[in-house]
Design a protein around this ligand. Structure first.
Ligand SMILES: Cc1cc2nc3c(=O)[nH]c(=O)nc-3n(C[C@H](O)[C@H](O)[C@H](O)COP(=O)(O)OP(=O)(O)OC[C@H]3O[C@@H](n4cnc5c(N)ncnc54)[C@H](O)[C@@H]3O)c2cc1C
Length: 567
């Protein structure tokens, strides 16, 4: 995957995608696989915004039963199965447990019915190409079994637990990379650090965009027969750019937050914990009555989420402050006192903006938009050649991309293939039997690599582990960067040469996942900066700046934790 802006500027594309989050990347992949000439531009690094911050749950839609939304459940179940099929190295089944209480909506009888319905509606939930990966049916646990799994649960009123299967993304950044790599393999021209600053327009038709290359500090135009605005929380800002649609307003946004806790998971089940505070979802047929947190075991860490609050400000002003993090921990502790979470347990805070539903905030949470929005600006504003898409879940990005590219293929004349993203594995996912394949030993100079390094390479690069390993066979390149992390030095070189990593943060947080193993420190950041700086020809000042930037932020995604915040 190479950045070639001259080629991008010289080509008349069929589609230009604005935004390199999971939605933009999935649209680019789908369109490229159908044979379209595609360009994608991202103003920062790929996946640095909302997509970096998810709770990593690939939902099968159990919660949509509450809305009796069977159609959406079927879509989620299908998407979960497809993700297990096309990216088997990145998706793992995960069991969820929700403690049961009393005889009402949280009681065993209601849960038994819900679990039965969930199994019935998800009759085809297993991935066809991975015979060893099976999602078991839902079932009830007795009180004793539930307490064995989670000894810290409050026993009073507890009657047991309801268990259902879902899936988890082991590494969302590598999934995004796999999607982008594949789009590029099928001819898409992709670039990070290229910002859309305006539109090319003739009367009522958009013919492309004006962009600014933030690395070379140069402007140029990119021509396309159709432009798709997939800029996440910035969709309106993009529309308001020169020659765009002034005053256009798509959706309202809410601030969503998770925390990454530096504690080894004590159970392989994710646990639902009720907050003591009220929440009413006006769109739900069945009210569950409170905010539900999930404690999700994820690799060697625990994720906890998610809170949603109104955010009526500009997306660039999103921050999170220490006080908010403390409130979050207090609320989780109130729901599950045995956890006794403290600020020091927090390794990272994930924060992002999600589209919210209209209507009032009730209790502490805001209701979220339930379905993606695809806006045809010809119909809405009389401007041809431009679509805007707003997604609501990482899980549904492939499905929504299919709908968007179906629309594009109706609008842009050409002989396009049918959608193939459900059956062709993403880059790295071309693995017949993952469980058997991951056991194959990897060697460098006849020495078998330690188990954790092998697992990491297979999990990160899947079928392309060997390609990346070639960079680790050179002198000093097979060394670990951190003693306790399986990431090898050569991976940083690969990230720069083939995955457009141009900053220290790109390479360590979004191509590899080093910050999950240690808080940022001068020593290891400098070690990484030496390798990356050598590749990119950094001078000492630039190198120092890069390290300082990484040291200044606690969060590796969108915003850093500050002493006061917006929203
Ligand atoms: C806390 C949290 C928890 C979540 N948990 C889950 C979960 O467990 N499961 C699930 O399925 N979903 C989850 N989600 C939702 C999921 O993460 C989002 O739906 C998804 O990531 C949205 O992706 P996107 O591509 O639309 O947006 P983004 O990832 O924000 O991408 C938009 C991109 O557009 C770029 N851009 C903006 N302006 C311009 C411009 N002018 N030029 C070029 N590029 C531009 C931005 O830089 C950005 O990278 C969660 C979200 C949050 C915040």
């Amino acid at each position: 995957m190479q950045r070639n802006l001259h080629h991008m500027a010289d080509t008349e594309h069929d589609v230009l995608v604005i935004g390199g989050g999971i939605y933009g990347a999935s649209i680019a992949r789908d369109a490229a696989l159908r044979g379209m000439r595609v360009a994608l531009v991202e103003r920062g690094d790929f996946g640095h915004a909302t997509s970096f911050n998810s709770l990593k749950v690939i939902h099968g839609g159990f919660r949509y039963l509450q809305h009796l939304d069977i159609r959406r459940m079927r879509i989620s179940i299908r998407e979960r199965r497809i993700m297990m099929t096309i990216a088997p190295h990145l998706i793992e089944p995960l069991l969820f447990c929700l403690p049961t209480h009393g005889h009402g909506i949280r009681g065993r009888m209601v849960m038994r019915i819900a679990l039965g319905l969930n199994d019935l509606i998800g009759f085809d939930r297993h991935p066809p190409n991975q015979p060893k990966t099976r999602l078991p049916g839902g079932h009830l646990l007795s009180k004793r079994e539930c307490l064995q799994l989670f000894p810290g649960l409050d026993r009073s009123g507890l009657t047991g637990g309801a268990v259902w299967p879902d899936c988890q993304l082991m590494n969302s950044e590598r999934l995004l990379m796999g999607v982008l790599h594949q789009a590029a393999e099928y001819g898409a021209q992709i670039a990070n650090y290229v910002e859309v600053t305006g539109f090319l327009r003739h009367d009522h038709r958009i013919d492309g965009v004006q962009v600014f290359d933030r690395l070379a500090q140069e402007k140029f135009d990119v021509r396309a027969r159709l432009v798709v605005n997939a800029a996440g929380p910035w969709v309106d800002h993009v529309l308001h750019r020169p020659n765009g649609i002034p005053g256009a307003s798509t959706v309202r946004w809410s601030k969503a937050m998770n925390v990454v806790i530096q504690r080894k998971p004590t159970s392989r089940y994710a646990l639902g914990v009720w907050s003591p505070y009220d929440f009413r979802d006006d769109q739900a047929v069945i009210q569950k009555g409170g905010r539900l947190f999930f404690l999700v075991p994820w690799r060697h860490l625990t994720l906890i989420g998610t809170t949603h609050t109104d955010f009526p400000h500009a997306p660039d002003s999103l921050t999170v402050c220490e006080e908010e993090v403390q409130h979050f921990l207090d609320e989780v502790n109130a729901g599950y006192p045995a956890l006794a979470l403290e600020a020091d347990d927090v390794l990272h805070v994930n924060v992002g903006l999600l589209p919210r539903a209209e209507g009032q905030q009730t209790g502490r949470d805001v209701p979220l938009l339930k379905e993606y929005r695809l806006i045809d600006h010809r119909r809405e504003h009389g401007v041809d050649g431009l679509l805007t898409v707003v997604g609501v879940k990482f899980t549904e990005a492939r499905h929504v991309a299919e709908r968007v590219v179906d629309e594009i293929s109706r609008r842009v004349t050409g002989r396009w293939d049918a959608c193939r993203t459900a059956s062709i594995p993403i880059w790295g996912g071309e693995i017949e039997e993952w469980e058997r394949w991951r056991g194959t030993p990897i060697r460098i100079d006849d020495i078998t690599l330690p188990h954790d390094v092998q697992e990491h390479l297979y999990r990160s690069y899947g079928a392309h582990s060997d390609t990346v390993l070639a960079y680790c066979r050179k002198p000093n390149m097979a060394e670990r960067i951190l003693e306790n992390a399986p990431v090898l030095t050569g991976e940083l070189v690969y990230a720069v040469r083939h995955e457009m990593a141009v900053t220290l943060q790109d390479a360590i947080a979004r191509r590899t996942d080093l910050p999950l193993y240690a808080r940022p420190s001068d020593t290891w950041l400098n070690r990484c900066a030496d390798v990356i700086g050598e590749e990119l020809g950094w001078n000492p000042e630039h190198r120092r700046d890069q390290v300082a930037q990484c040291l200044s932020g606690c969060s590796w995604g969108w915003s850093s934790v500050s002493s006061s915040s917006r929203g």
